[in-house]
Design a protein around this ligand. Structure first.
Ligand code: ZN
Length: 326
């Protein structure tokens, strides 16, 4: 039937009508709040992140308290990023797998004091003196793939020992999902899930995160291990490999400039798809809202677009801002 019998505006005539016909809904369960925990901070101290308005680096005590408050508002899950002391960093990031490291201590506290699902970022870049996600060949500066797997696996195991629910490797070394699954299973942690940052692009939108986590590489860039933004077929290959190696959840990072990739993974794989609405996406919107160029409604529209593209889970710094409205 054509106009005038068919009138599309009937479906939009009131908020109540629009709400019952909404094709996409954002649920509290969809959101994962990322938090930065810094070892050197004491209780009562928090550092504002200059490039991320209203986001802070917390001490373990204050971070756990902040998460408890978000849990009261309905938050279900969090992902932890740790910042060790500068003098703890070395060439292989060994403090990343210390049983008493900042992430391990935070995991123990979260699991003891809340009912939140606890996810941990597994990487070396915040813990290595050179700031790369894997080990570096001293002679030519190459990022070493196979040598890095042993260390990344140790990090994942130490998080599992601390009680983490899900490990999320973000390093982009080849073969790390298999290596991590093996070490977890060999040590009795068959039930710890792996959320793989399988499609992680070398993106400028990470810039504020590097400020937040003090994780800029000391030399070069990450383009030999993170994906080229020009590529999408390659994303399918990355996802296939991680699926075969034992990933339970596939992740696309960043989100906004890669909605087509989220949709492609959702269409091609029968696994939950997560995405990281990264620091630059957060800061960009916050800055525009602060200047009056946009209103806060842009936040929900953005998150809905990510959900509509096919994301089942969204890691977002906005989680703290929108729990009350869900
Ligand atoms: Zn990294």
């Amino acid at each position: 039937m054509e106009f005038p019998v068919t009138r599309m505006r009937r479906m939009r005539k009131s908020k109540a009508i629009r709400d019952i016909f909404a094709e996409t809904k954002l649920n509290i369960e969809d959101l994962i709040y990322p938090i930065f925990i810094k070892k050197d901070l004491k209780k009562g101290e928090k550092e504002e992140i200059s490039t991320m308005p209203e986001e802070y680096r917390y001490s373990v005590d204050d971070g756990v308290e902040f998460l408890k408050n978000l849990e009261k508002k309905g938050l279900k899950s969090t992902i932890i990023f740790g910042l060790p002391s500068d003098d703890e960093k070395d060439s292989c990031g060994s403090v990343a797998y210390s049983d008493n490291g900042v992430v391990q201590e935070t995991i123990k506290r979260i699991k003891a004091e809340t009912n939140l699902i606890c996810i941990s970022d597994v990487c070396l870049c915040q813990y290595t003196s050179h700031g790369h996600c894997g080990l570096v060949d001293d002679e030519n500066g190459e990022i070493l793939n196979d040598e890095s797997l042993k260390y990344l696996s140790k990090v994942a195991l130490s998080h599992a020992k601390a009680g983490v629910d899900i490990v999320a490797p973000s390093d982009m070394m080849d073969g790390r999902i298999m290596a991590i699954r093996e070490i977890l299973d060999d040590n009795g942690y068959e039930d710890v899930l792996i959320m793989s940052y399988c499609v992680k692009y070398a993106s400028n939108f990470y810039y504020p995160f590097r400020d937040a986590a003090n994780s800029s590489p000391a030399f070069g860039d990450r383009k030999t291990y993170q994906m080229d933004p020009k590529n999408s077929i390659e994303a399918i290959r990355e996802a296939e490999l991680d699926l075969i190696e034992g990933a339970d959840v596939l992740m696309v990072k960043p989100a906004l400039a890669y909605l087509d990739i989220i949709n492609m993974l959702k269409t091609n794989f029968n696994l939950p798809i997560a995405t990281y609405n990264v620091s630059g996406e957060y800061s960009m919107l916050k800055a525009a809202i602060d200047k009056g160029y946009l209103t806060e409604d842009a936040i929900m529209e953005t998150l809905i677009s990510i959900k509509r593209a096919g994301a089942d889970l969204i890691i977002t710094h906005f989680a703290k801002d929108i729990l009350d409205s869900l």
